[in-house]
Structures are given as C-alpha cells and as structure tokens.
Design a protein around this ligand. Sequence first.
Ligand SMILES: [Zn+2]
Length: 402
Amino acid sequence: MSAPLHRTRPAGQGRALPDTQQGMRRRNLSRVMHTVGAEGPLSRAAVASRIGLTRAAVSTLVDELIRSGLLEELGPERPGRVGRPGSALAVSGNGPAGIGAEVGVDHLAVCAVDLRGRVRARAVRHVPNRDRSPEPVLGELTALIHRVLAEAEGEGLWPAGLAVAVPGLVARDARTVVRAPNLGWLDTDLGGLLPPGPPLTVANEANFGALAELWLGEETPRDFLHVSAEIGIGAAVVVDGRLLHGNRGFAGELGHVPVWPDGPACACGGRGCLEQYAGEEAVLRAAGLEPGEDRVGLLAGRAEQGDAEVRRALHDAGTALGIALTGAVNLLDPQSVVLGGALSGLAPWLLPSLRSELARRTTGPACPVTVSALGPEGPLLGAAHSVVRGVLDDPAAVAGRV
Ligand SMILES: [Zn+2]
C-alpha cells in the first residue's frame, strides 16, 4: 500500500486564494515554486529579484519549502565568484508526484510525474474496455496505479494526487462519469472504485489533452481549440489559458455537432454527428476495413502505401472536421486549432481537406490548424501534470501547514 497522503486541493486550475495575510503567504510560496520551477536552478537572491520581494522574505519562504520537501538545495552556485556564494535552488525531484491515469476504450495507462515534469514511472495495459462494467475496469486500473506507486515510492516520491482521464462527460464534482457512450458507463462515481487516499480528480480526456498542450506544447497560444479522437471525438476550448467548462462541465462535445443533419443515427440520439464521419471506426468503415486493435496504425500504414480507399475516407473525414470546426471557429475566434490524440497520427491525410473546408467557410484569414507533438500521450500527461500544477499553485496545502 502507498504511504499516508498529504492534503492537497483538486488538481491545478488556479483557484483564487483568500485575500488575507495567510492567503498572501500562500500566494508568495506559489510564486517562489513557479519561479524556481520555470527558471531554476536559482539562488535566493535571484528568486527575490524575479518576484520583487526582499531577500529576507524569500529566505523565509524558501526555508519553509525546503522543510516541506518541495524545494532542494543543489549546493554553492558558481564557485569562485566574489562574495559569499548563494546556494542554487531547484524544485524537488524526490518529493510529491502527480499520478495520472487514463481509461481508454482499448487501454489503461498510469504514470507518475515529479515536480520537475519528468515521467518517473509508467504502466500500460492493452485491454478492450468497451461495454465492460466499471468495477473490473477500475479494478485493473487500481492494480496499475499500485504498480506505479510502488515504483515511484521506491525512488523517494509520494503521490500528491490522482487525476483520471476518461472518454466521457464528467460532472462538476470531478468524480462522476455522467455518460461515457463508448464504454457504456452511466452515472458512475469513480471515487468509490479507486484506491482511497490520493485526492482524486476525474476529467474528460480531451480536457486533459488540451491542458497538456497548454503546459507542455511548444509555442501553444493562450486561446485555442484542441480536438482529439479515439473512437469518439472530443474537443476542449482554452480561453486566455483556462479551460472553458460550460454550465454542467460538458463543453467541447464537438463529436456530436451535426455535419449532415439527415445522416446516420448516432448513439447520442442525434443524426449525422461528426463522430459518424471522422471517428476512427467510421473512417475504417468508410474505407472498407474491419476495426482491429491498432486502428490508427492500420489507417496510417494503408494511407502511406497509397491505398486510394483509405485516402478518400481520410479526405472525407477531414472535410467533416472542417465543417464541424467552422461553427466553433466562427463563434470563438481562437488563435489556432490543435489536432491531438489519435488524430495527430492521421494529420498528413486529414489536414488538406480540413484546412480548405475551414478556410472556405470562415471569414477573414484562415485559422491555423496545427498538430500536437504529444500525440496519444497528451491526456495521460495532462492528468499527471494537473496534479503537479496543483502543487505549484498552492504548495502550502500539500505541506499541510495551512
Ligand atoms: Zn452524436
């Protein structure tokens, strides 16, 4: 079993701290952590000048963070300089870790990410989860979580929280899967089915994928649409660096935007949804192929070999994506659209028709469409990093000293 867990708040969405002296102290602890995390190793003096506090004030904050195991001293900085050398500070590589987990239609995955953003342990299991009840699936996920925790704890890390990415709608309580059509789950409280202890956050996989892009992507803008796919198609809207959740937390259901209102019936109750044209299984059907385990690999391999049916199916899927994205782009005016998840592996054959459809239907200069470098790992990494960001945003909560 894992070690007793420290207290933390749900994963990092930048909750405002109270405007009191204690709130001020917690904000300053967070500023120190973020500064050292982004620019470290840094001396205390360098941190003080970066965040505009006195060296004495920063020393008090740093000492508290070192005692809590969140910062560590790397030893004298640049020996040989005139005057007393400062000690270089770095975020701890052996303190709290974010545990990310993903329930996919065909796989389960878990990883541990330390405060420096390094993946320190990982476990993946390929298993068909469609129409399985939640209990055995989450039982297998729990076994993977324990395996990753044991490996991480062997390296001196401890879990600050567990974040789980699911292919479905999640209630605002961040625990209950309201509906996951491709798993067949309805109103399932994951809190009671996962290991007790680590503070739990459950979110839609597209949301975690978008956060991974925001935090880890190269030159990702602050306003973008992130579109990803497995069997279903999900999207997330990031506005000024924050996720748009919507009234019930369901924002981003691009997969059920109608492309052709009289098209085939969809599991959602509608007709002609995007998922019926650009989901992995829909593209396989259109290309005359049987859905197997490695659907993207099969499509990409055939497209590379010049298979005309597959290329036509992907061209048509790109057109459908362009039509569905037209509404979102015209409504929200994002800086870019990012294709992530499985779509990133098919981008060479989707992009031409997607871009031309979008350009034809939107006003003004065409919205750029880019491809995520994170690929299918995005949601899992986003989940783990959301816990890490939660620690950087409010280190005092993790240290249990509030
Ligand atoms: Zn639908």
